[in-house]
Design a protein around this ligand. Structure first.
Ligand SMILES: Cc1cc2nc3c(=O)[nH]c(=O)nc-3n(C[C@H](O)[C@H](O)[C@H](O)COP(=O)(O)O)c2cc1C
Length: 340
């Protein structure tokens, strides 16, 4: 255990920023990251984050209070910037004394960042490129998450390893940066910390926690899947853009390709306006994550998962996931000491 001190020192800034034992954030996952998983992650020494998703302000208020009843440890709330009631959601976080607000799903406005900071919360944003990271720092954010294309859910085009190389050497001294996307073991956590990251964010690895409320079918799909099964959504025609989401290939993803072809043929035949065709394509996945996570329809629902799904092998308590990650991280550090 000699290397625990070394690990503590490596992610000290992240631990201080989050107020946790370990600088590991449980990335917010819509429908998945509710009170039980969030509290379990925080109670295990990490930093749980509630996924607000499309919740109304009253629902978020209830979820924050319920999470506070399950843990006295710090946790955050992830808000989607295009939510029509973003300001009210920020105010709900403020009224409940939420310590960290994560603004996701597009670049937040300076006004939204200020409103969240004015509640007294620390504000965390996603930086998908170096120029945007710099812009966010100028807008006053307190920390950044850089999330690569290996991640589950909505993704950008650049891999985690390249984003880390582009952003960490330039920005890591200015503010805490958490690396996300494709992280499933402790060795790689150490590598990113050594490059200057303050900590990491994992989503996929926490889905099969005992405490996670996802349907057993959803968890089984994760256990069965290999890394190559977690693929970005296919777009058949650039004239009809599709938001890239990484999810397990299933009947729903197969039919989505056929569906796009049908809609585009109807457009070409003059049966549909361009904007209506685009809307039909966008609506295909409406409610699909909920169908998979809550109802267990893993054939037609959206089984959002990152490539690290290949490293998920069983349902296990959250605390055990943390102890595996820590053992692997400490093992990596001990090996470095041994070889130096
Ligand atoms: C099922 C699922 C749902 C997600 N929903 C959200 C979300 O609502 N908001 C968000 O900012 N990120 C969301 N993410 C991304 C995670 O917060 C996290 O950044 C990502 O999972 C990290 O990459 P990993 O999956 O490789 O660990 C989601 C990811 C998954 C797998």
């Amino acid at each position: 255990m000699a290397s625990l001190g070394r690990l503590d020192r490596l992610w000290q800034r992240g631990r201080e920023f989050l107020g946790t034992d370990y600088a590991i954030m449980g990335g917010a996952m819509s429908w998945v990251s509710e009170r039980h998983l969030v509290a379990a992650i925080s109670n295990s020494g990490g930093f749980g984050v509630i996924a607000c998703g499309s919740m109304e302000p009253e629902r978020l208020d209830e979820e924050i209070k319920a999470t506070q009843a399950l843990t006295a440890k710090p946790f955050g709330v992830n808000l989607i910037t295009m939510h029509p009631k973003l300001d009210q959601l920020i105010d709900v976080c403020g009224a409940n004394g939420v310590s960290h607000v994560v603004l996701a799903g597009g670049l937040p406005s300076a006004a939204a960042i200020k409103r969240a900071k004015d509640t007294g919360a620390k504000v965390v944003c996603f930086a998908p490129a170096l120029v945007l990271a710099k812009k966010l720092v100028r807008s006053g954010v307190d920390a950044l998450v850089i999330e690569g294309a290996e991640a589950g859910g909505h993704i950008g085009p650049v891999s985690t390893s390249v984003l880390a190389q582009e952003i960490l050497p330039v920005m890591a001294e200015q503010l805490p940066i958490f690396v996300a996307g494709g992280i499933g073991r402790g060795e790689v956590i150490v590598s990113y910390l050594e490059m200057g990251a303050a900590g990491v964010q994992l989503g996929t690895r926490f889905v099969c926690a005992n405490e996670c409320v996802a349907h057993p079918n959803f968890k089984q799909a994760f256990i069965k899947a290999a890394a190559r099964d977690a693929v970005p959504t296919t777009q058949v025609d650039p004239a009809f853009p599709v938001i890239p989401v990484r999810a397990l290939a299933n009947e729903g993803t197969k039919r989505f390709v056929e569906f796009q072809h049908q809609v585009i043929s109807r457009y070409r035949a003059g049966e549909l306006e361009h904007k209506d065709a685009q809307l039909e394509i966008e609506h295909y996945w409406a409610g699909a994550l909920r169908r998979a996570v809550i109802d267990g329809d893993v054939e037609m629902g959206s089984v959002m998962a990152g490539q690290s799904v290949g490293l998920v092998t069983k349902v296990q308590p959250c605390a055990e996931i943390f102890s595996e990650l820590l053992d692997q991280a400490q093992g990596a550090l001990a090996a470095r000491q041994g070889s130096s």
